[in-house]
Design a protein. Sequence first.
Lengths: 92, 265
Amino acid sequence: MIVRILERGQFRLPDDLHGRLNELDNAVAAAVAAGDEDAFSSAFGALIEFVQEAGEPVADSELVTSDHVLPHPETTLEEAREAFAGEGAIPG
Amino acid sequence: MAGLMSRFTTLFKVKANKALDKAEDPGETLDYSYQKQLEMLQKVKRGVADVVTAKKRLQLQTAKLEESVVKLDGQAKTALAGGREDLARTALERKALIQGQLQGLDQQIAGLEQQQQNLLEQEQRLSAKVEAFRTQKEVVKAQYSAAEASVRIGEATTGLGEEMSDVGMALQRAQDKTDQMQARAAAVNELVDTGALDDLTAPAGDDLDRQIASLTAGGQVDAELAKMKAELGTGAPAGELSAASAADAEPAPAPSTDAGEEAKG
């Protein structure tokens, strides 16, 4: 599967890591729901790190669509909350 | 609750598809896309240049503030030597205030530096992808009818559409950041130019002002005054110093306003 991290490019991950990816993603969602700043920054950091470590960067010359897209690594709890509310996080 | 990733993926793809939908005629899609890609590359280059400009402006401001610190320090010494502790205190208060600003500027410059690096990497990536797209486009156009060509190159088009949206959002973010910094830099300039010390130590509206207020209220100024006194030799009867040096330090009696004028230069 292909995962894009905004401002960092795309990464190709083995499909069998999907379960782990979902676990990490759910932890982020839980932190957003709880409005817990510390929990969010560690859960989101872990998710970004996992994608970068477990994945291989897609070559610059390769044009593929992403299966999943993550916001840029400096995303704040507030911005993540806006993504759930469906506004703001995607300008324009 | 769905994960952040699935939520964000949906939002992002809606945006990326919107950007692609603009060319209605499939025969034109490929060339239209390529045109858009070149425009986006130009925008990224301008974006990088804007960030560099903002960074340079902050660096200049830093240099200017550093000069003020040295100058105020000298003024404080002169004032104290002339027996004017009140004026020395005012000069040191202003110095502490400017030092607080300098710390903030350092962080901002580091932030812009990071942003510049990110944009440069994205520019490089986009540039390579645009070139890959151009090659594929020429190959399929030579082999297929225009309508079929755009279907054949579909994956490449959406892949690049994502890249363009990604870069577009990064540019917007960089723009917002440099705007914020310019507004703050202007506020700092005003502070230095007007010597608005009294206003800033009054109950303040934002975090920065509060930080400055607490800084000047803290023991730093007292400690520096004591240190300067020690350097001058505590035994020296300050009042006995020559009228000339007192006059250098400050001709008029009203302390804070005049020290502000003095510090202006």
